[in-house]
Design a binder for this molecule. Structure first.
Ligand SMILES: [Cu+2]
Length: 114
């Protein structure tokens, strides 16, 4: 039930441009490489509610997503890379970044949180 809004409150971009981010994060598909690595660009916090490897989707109860102007809620996300689904399991606290691409909100970055 608890959400952390620290980063969200600090950087609220009212006029976030709807640019399709081509972030060069292809290397992150190496899911098993470094489980403790912290990525400074992770914008949002959430808790994994469901991992659906068949359809490549993740249900996340997330805090407010400042970059998407989205309030806290539980919703289903597609993930950029199916390997990301191997990094998490139901009940995990995570940090992640979702982006708006062609009308959907794929998770483009993901890391376990404590
Ligand atoms: Cu949402």
């Amino acid at each position: 039930m608890k959400h952390v809004f620290a980063i969200v409150a600090a950087c609220f971009f009212a006029a976030a441009p709807l640019v399709v981010a081509q972030t060069p994060l292809g290397a992150k598909s190496e899911a098993s490489a470094s489980p403790t690595k912290v990525t400074p660009t992770l914008l949002s916090v959430g808790e994994v509610r469901k991992v659906d490897k068949h359809s490549g989707k993740l249900t996340i109860r997330h805090g407010a997503l400042s970059n998407l102007n989205m309030p806290a809620m539980t919703m289903v996300f597609r993930v950029k890379d199916p390997a990301m689904l191997d990094q998490v399991k139901e009940g995990d606290k995570i940090k992640f970044t979702a982006d708006k691409i062609n009308g959907s909100f794929p998770v483009i970055e993901l890391a376990p949180s404590k």
